[in-house]
Design a protein around this ligand. Sequence first.
Ligand code: SF4
Ligand code: SF4
Length: 137
Amino acid sequence: MRMTGYYFFHPRKEVITQLYPETPPQLPERFKGEVVMLHDGNNEHACTGCTACELACPNGTIKIITKFETGADGKKKKALDTFVYHLELCTMCNLCIVACPTDAIKMAQTFEHSVFDRNKLIRKLNRPGSKIRAGIE
Ligand code: SF4
Ligand code: SF4
């Protein structure tokens, strides 16, 4: 009651309530809301399908499905087919981001993930028609 009275008489001090959803919340820089894959304007990414992120994840949130592609030299090479991300399992620990040798993925600050069907939380992170950027090994 004492604190209620204090804030009643000092309404402009130490205001921590944010008017969400009327105004977008101010998230701290360290806030992590979702793993995403970076794509450039040419719909290219930096994922080699190496599975380091999958191995680093402590709870099986990531499943990397690979395929073989024929390179310009005629040799077959392993490549990413599908990056499956189970958002419903993710603890936002950041270990997969740290493990990635090519900075292909990052944590986004999205946070409105409520859905009626939990299958919608299973994401394919590589966009349709995307491919690996030239020069990424
Ligand atoms: S942030 Fe952590 S729990 Fe989520 S996918 Fe990456 S390693 Fe797994
Ligand atoms: S996102 Fe990074 S660590 Fe994961 S498979 Fe792709 S290149 Fe490897």
